[in-house]
Ligand binder design. Structure first.
Ligand SMILES: [Zn+2]
Length: 556
């Protein structure tokens, strides 16, 4: 803990009677008033939009520590501290000095960012690729559990890999052998751009480019280029720095031209890539890039608090939410300059505080319960990734990660939305406790968007830890007042207007009765696990089952 954090923690412990009072409203159940009070504080201008590495972070960290202390929790971070350092690498590309492909002696300059959008996660002053051979790798999937490997031993070292977006079966016609092999329209991790960049780096490529298609990507080119050449990663050890000098996308048109120039038919290759017998196709083209990079290291922190287990303290049930938001930006039409993420995810932090308060008041659990407030989720799940890269509690004894990231604020619902149906047995726990509330479980409405891979629980899932996510925008709740129509209207209004914008603020219109239902479910599931010796598992067909199974002996 930094000295400033400690001073702020003391300040908040002393100066927070209003919140303690809110806690008293409902000592034995989740309190909507406490949720509103905590969310309102974190989303207030005092916290400056909670961007990592800013004075707003220092205040946030101090407040969180103060709250956890006031609840009587123990420090759960590194070496008995409340925090885990999260150094972040921030890169910004300048104007390219060169960005081109050469086919048959003829060089085509790519317009940045309209033909190709790239960024870098290497801590270097120039992102550079010198005439690297390009190889089309289809969907670029290595999925042993599905008997699928697009690489067929192709060496990618020092080369630029060109990928198709989404899963091999995304565009499959009914009756094609591949149809359904990757869960049909539901995206698997193999469909995410993050997977493709990771796979290219594992194979030593110097560049990775994904051919953009709006439908298969789920968004247009405007979304691709919106970061403006900026990127973030955790600071990695020299051996772990990515081999990719550049990673990104090429537009459909630029790809079409590149393949045509190389004498190849992209449409036909797309079809071939849907077959398990697909082999990588060298493009007979090379790529050259020389782009100046501005880089800096931003110091940030996760906050972790713990209730130690009585009989099996080394087994950990983990809750998670992210404390960061977008910080300061240009004023919106109401003159608001902070994008303070009241719902995303100050409300998730408040939910975790309420769960911690109830757990602390309850009989001590057999297993330890850890509450993780992650940094830099909005920069690419980086606080949780920093933890997962250097875990404080071993994964093999981490029972589950239960994450809350956005809650619906439109009142009580007859159902709860499940993200990632079929992944793990925690969905059965969700169904059981939902039934206890007289509610049902509804699968997320757009599984092709891959929301299951887009919140902090995923950093743990990748390492095999069973996970459960509540994300209020994952589908239309069947609201007690107004049904699914009203639920969809809420999702549309929030995602259309407020998501990641200054308008994500605490509002008098909020009705947290539905959020209280969902938080209570997460409390029940975590409390049950903390008092039992049960180990949730991944289901057959999950891409994360294999890694968990490898540590099965540790859980006997
Ligand atoms: Zn979020």
């Amino acid at each position: 803990m930094k000295a400033t954090n400690f001073a702020l923690a003391l300040l908040w412990t002393v100066a927070a009677p209003a919140f303690a009072q809110a806690d008293m409203v409902s000592p034995d159940s989740i309190s909507a008033d406490a949720l509103t009070a905590i969310t309102g504080t974190l989303a207030s201008d005092l916290f400056e939009g909670r961007a990592p590495g800013t004075p707003g972070e220092d205040k946030t960290i101090g407040y969180l520590i103060g709250r956890f202390q006031a609840l009587g929790l123990e420090p759960g971070g590194v070496d008995g501290n409340w925090v885990q350092p999260v150094p972040l690498l921030h890169t910004q590309l300048g104007k390219p000095e060169a960005l081109a492909v050469t086919v048959g002696g003829k060089t085509t300059d790519w317009n940045y960012p309209t033909d190709a959008y790239v960024s870098t996660l290497q801590p270097k002053d120039v992102a550079r690729i010198d005439g690297a051979p390009m190889v089309f790798v289809g969907y670029g999937v290595d999925a042993p559990e599905r008997d699928w490997n697009d690489f067929k031993g192709q060496d990618l070292k020092g080369k630029v890999a060109v990928f198709l977006v989404n899963d091999p079966d995304f565009a499959a016609q009914p009756g094609e052998p591949v149809a359904g092999k990757f869960k049909g329209r539901t995206m698997t991790y193999y469909g995410r751009w993050t997977y493709k960049f990771e796979e290219a780096a594992r194979r030593g490529a110097v560049g990775a480019l994904i051919v953009h298609e709006t439908e298969a990507a789920g968004y247009g080119w405007n979304v691709i280029e919106s970061p403006g050449g900026e990127n973030y990663d955790i600071v990695r050890k020299p051996d772990d720095v990515t081999s990719l000098a550049l990673q990104g996308w090429i537009s459909g048109e630029a790809a079409q031209k590149l393949f045509a120039d190389a004498g190849l038919d992209l449409a036909r290759l797309r079809t071939q890539a849907r077959s398990a017998s697909f082999k990588p196709v060298p493009l007979d083209a090379t790529m050259t890039a020389r782009i100046p990079v501005t880089q800096e290291v931003v110091q940030s922190q996760n906050v972790l608090a713990r209730i130690s287990g009585t009989t099996r303290p080394d087994e950990v049930v983990m809750y998670g939410a992210h404390w960061d938001a977008y910080g300061k930006g240009a004023a919106d039409e109401n003159g608001k300059i902070y994008r303070a993420g009241a719902n995303d995810d100050a409300l998730g932090i408040a939910a975790m505080m309420e769960i911690a308060r109830l757990m602390k008041a309850d009989a001590p659990p057999a297993r330890s319960v850890v509450f993780a407030a992650w940094s830099a989720e909005e920069r690419g799940l980086l606080g949780s990734e920093a933890y997962a890269n250097d875990p404080i509690y071993p994964f093999e004894k981490t029972v589950a990660n239960l994450t809350i990231d956005i809650l619906q604020t439109a009142g009580k619902a007859k159902d709860v939305i499940l993200v990632g149906k079929g992944q793990g047995t925690l969905e059965d726990d969700l169904a059981k406790y939902a039934a206890g509330q007289g509610r049902t479980v509804t699968p997320e409405s757009l599984p092709e968007r891959g929301l299951f891979y887009r919140a902090d629980h995923f950093s743990l899932a990748k390492r095999g830890v069973p996970v459960l996510l509540i994300m209020g925008i994952s589908g239309a709740s069947d609201l007690v007042v107004g049904g699914t129509e009203a639920g969809q209207a809420w999702v549309d209004a929030y995602t259309g207007k407020c998501y990641h914008q200054a308008c994500d603020a605490v509002s008098a219109d909020w009705d947290l009765a539905g959020a209280v239902q969902d938080i209570s479910l997460m409390y029940d599931i975590g409390s049950d696990l903390a008092h039992s010796d049960r180990w949730p598992t991944w289901k057959d067909g999950s891409e994360f089952k294999k890694i968990r199974d490898q540590s099965a002996a540790a859980r006997r």
